[in-house]
Design a protein around this ligand. Sequence first.
Ligand code: TRP
Ligand code: SF4
Length: 405
Amino acid sequence: MSSVELQKRVLSGMRPTGKLHMGHYHGVLKNWVELQHDYECFFFVADWHALTTHYDDPYNIEQSVWDMVIDWLAAGINPGSATMFVQSHVPEHAELHLLLSMITPLGWLERVPTYKDQQEKLKEKDLATYGFLGYPLLQSADILVYRAGQVPVGADQVAHVEMTREVARRFNHLYGKDPGFEEQAEAAIAKMGKKNARLYRNLLKKFQEQGEEEALETARALIQEQQNISLGDRERLFGYIEGGGKVILPEPQPLLTKSSKMPGLDGQKMSKSYNNTIGLREEADEVAQKIKTMQTDPQRVRLSDPGDPEKCPVWKLHEVYSDETRKKWVQEGCKSAGIGCLECKKPVIEAVVEEQRPIIDRAKQYEDNPELVRSIISEGSERARDAAKATLEEVRQVMGLSFGS
Ligand code: TRP
Ligand code: SF4
């Protein structure tokens, strides 16, 4: 894999929190399903991450892992397009985490906003642990071990990707300049041939002296086109333009996921902790029941009382599921007391059930065949491991650990 191809590698993970709900579907999974067509995707179950906060009750993790993997498959993640795996099946994450811990200043970890926030929020747990403090660095290792270019995350996780960039920069700075780096880079330039070498030097100058980002892009593409230089030389040339050493661990970009518009049954954000969810694979009857009993505008006591959709959580569902014509029907019918609340809810129930039907169908073949799910994960973990091993080999080498084994 070359650096440019790696820029197109996507990695994301989710903690195994048990069965997923429609908020996960609209917020994360639909996005993953789209990404898998355009990028080389790695999606993993972050079981070690679950232990950073739930070390005292690990018993549900296993069931949660399998439930979540079935949810992913049901939502349309295709194991033929995306690599799906479980974090703890790829011990290279842990090895890289350990090695990165050597160079990570404590202050960087203490400064991560989720550190103090979560400790506050989960007061009942003792989170004054080494593992919990280090969890953003474990996340950095998750990302860097695949040299992923893009990391789809929600807004709350952007700080972690930022820290990952800092860790990668520090790593490359410390270990990217093997002795004789400049000479080797110059030798690599010479291998490109006169014309390309001249072009490369010009672009280098433009970027370094005038800060032209475009020159950087062009230079990258130029390096990419070279047939007769080794992968190592390529990395050297990439690093040389930016004035650093070899880029061993490229800096990833956060790919900010639009926040889900899917409201919970009470109109707040859908979340397990608010007890307002519709499960991803919930039975149609249950879905209907849940929506039928949803609160509406409290002013609408009787059918003849006009209501205000802005004060009603059902309206928020219409915003997700209804077209303009139907939204108009709700607005007018509600304000004029022309429609009843049950009537108003009916098309929403149908839309949710319709959306879930293919999901539930797809889930069946996996629910009935746990072996199939296991084999998807074991193949995915193997593929992930191959990619991770390649990175670790290089990391060990630059950190002075490549003697014997
Ligand atoms: N920390 C993430 C969360 O709580 C999950 C996660 C772990 C992750 N490792 C990751 C996300 C790597 C993206 C990339 O949601
Ligand atoms: Fe809510 Fe619809 Fe009833 Fe109006 S008519 S209060 S929008 S459920």
